[in-house]
Design a binder for this molecule. Structure first.
Ligand SMILES: [Ca+2]
Length: 497
């Protein structure tokens, strides 16, 4: 009787919270194709994102924040490995449902490192780093559980493939498409009820995960499918935003951000949790003038804004890779912190590993940095290494531009719009912009800054040579052969990005 009473009391007693800096929980929220200018805190006049604004006012805002690539797969490789996607060996910036390649098992991911430190690891949302298919012998190495995640609910690729986009969850008893998984819905592109349910469905699962894992450290990688085309919002949010369906979709994500926050607060672990918010690339402005599209509808109304930056998804202009970068950790990051120095999603892994006590992986180059001193210089003394950033905005992940300090040098330009804005750089005659004084990259300074041009040309050449020398975990691909459809070395067969 007494023993039962003590046991019952023990259940009622609140768990003793661990110190805030001891293996903090990490939640990474990564939107798909949202632009820099799509949020209240970046000045959008008709999209209301109060929950993100609250994270900004209570946490840290990086106005100069970059994602790892201007396309989905390559960017997701970067945030999960801390490495530039030119190191991936994918041979393409997007891996469709038929692509043979996937995240190589030798890569060390954010989830693997934190799992090694005892974290529970959950993923909720789009993966896009491999699909089991005939070209890779249906290997389960293509999917999240092979890369450090304990559980997953989400889609293997973007939701706009005619065939091969499936809503999948991990299930130890499941065997579709491979052992350990269960396909919940197949080919979801035309399945509007499922598409409208995704954002809330992922959040519900993430909240269940928070409640179940609150007494020990955890990682949540939360990757909504939106606002990638086709854009959807649930019935509760349709027609609620001044911006139309695109705004409804973003506001639904913002509202669910608030639900995640409430779950942390109700579980008493907000002070033990670092939340990071970013987008995987800029808005898909290739469709900004498309009045009617079979898959995407009136796409021109459903494209976000990269302003004040030029271009968007799929380009080496700043609009391809400038995204919101918000970090929230109450009690550790001081409210209202603004760090004007540049940072990127590649910094997430080295920073999270340092917080968890996990050594950095060896035998490979990491491009990201430990940026903890930006959070709070008293709690994390030290200096952050200087920022050098290579832009790999091409289908083959090759480098077209490099930034150091305020200067950005372009040797070739990628844009899905077909517009070069009047510029024609070459490796011999590159463009040079001061992207702090001229964020829209309008005024070429190359002629008046020959010394800077020479230094950045050398930096780019040396960086590319270093990548070439190190290689990737995948063998080199043969030269593209348009006839070799679906085989390694083939031109990517999937246009979806
Ligand atoms: Ca994307």
């Amino acid at each position: 009787m007494i023993r039962n009473l003590i046991a019952a009391l023990a259940l009622l007693a609140p768990a003793i919270a661990r110190p805030a800096l001891e293996k903090p929980n990490v939640i990474v929220v990564l939107l798909d194709d949202a632009g820099y200018g799509d949020f209240s805190h970046t000045g959008n006049p008709t999209i209301n994102t109060p929950n993100l604004s609250r994270m900004v006012s209570e946490g840290l805002n990086f106005p100069q924040f970059y994602c790892g690539s201007s396309a989905c797969t390559a960017s997701r490789y970067s945030i999960l490995t801390g490495r530039n996607p030119i190191r991936s060996g994918f041979g393409s910036w997007v891996l469709g449902p038929e692509s043979p390649r996937y995240m190589h098992p030798n890569e060390v991911t954010l989830a693997e490192g934190l799992k090694h430190q005892g974290y529970a690891t959950g993923m909720f949302g789009k993966w896009h780093l491999g699909t089991p298919n005939a070209a890779n012998q249906m290997t389960p190495d293509t999917l999240p559980l092979a890369h450090g995640f304990d559980q997953w609910l989400g889609t293997n690729v973007s939701h706009d493939y005619e065939h091969g986009t499936n809503l999948i969850r991990s299930n130890p008893q499941g065997n579709s498409p491979v052992q350990g998984y269960e396909i919940i819905e197949k080919d979801i592109l035309g399945n509007v009820p499922v598409l409208e349910s995704l954002t809330k469905r992922y959040t519900d699962a993430a909240i269940d995960f928070i409640k179940a894992k609150k007494d020990a450290p955890f990682l949540i990688y939360f990757t909504p499918n939106y606002p990638h085309l086709p854009v959807h919002a649930s019935k509760d949010f349709q027609g609620t935003s001044l911006r139309g369906l695109y705004g409804d979709c973003i506001e639904e994500i913002d509202s669910n951000l608030g639900r995640l926050r409430s779950a942390l607060e109700q579980s008493g672990i907000a002070q033990n949790t670092l939340v990071i918010f970013a987008s995987d690339n800029g808005p898909w402005i290739k469709y900004q003038d498309t009045a009617k599209d079979a898959k995407y509808g009136e796409a021109r109304m459903l494209i976000g804004s990269a302003l004040p930056f030029r271009d968007g998804k799929g380009s080496t202009w700043e609009g391809g890779q400038r995204v919101p970068g918000v970090f929230w950790w109450p009690g550790t990051i001081r409210p209202g912190t603004v760090v004007q120095a540049p940072a990127s999603t590649m910094d997430v892994l080295p920073t999270a590993f340092a917080l968890a006590g996990e050594p950095l992986p060896t035998g490979r180059t990491l491009d990201g940095r430990d940026i903890r001193p930006y959070f709070n210089a008293d709690k994390f003394p030290g200096t952050v290494p200087s920022f050098t950033f290579a832009f790999s905005g091409f289908g083959d992940n090759s480098i077209g531009a490099i930034r150091r300090g305020p200067w950005k040098l372009h040797t070739k330009i990628a844009s899905q719009t077909g517009n070069n804005y009047g510029f024609k750089p070459t490796p011999e005659k590159p463009l040079l912009f001061n992207v702090e004084q001229d964020p829209g990259e309008r005024i070429d300074r190359a002629a008046e800054q020959p010394q800077t041009v020479a230094e950045l040309k050398k930096l780019l050449t040396d960086y590319a040579a270093g990548v070439e020398k190190e290689g990737s975990f995948w063998p080199p691909l043969p030269k593209p052969d348009p006839k070799a459809k679906g085989k390694p070395g083939a031109k990517p067969v999937d246009e979806d990005e």
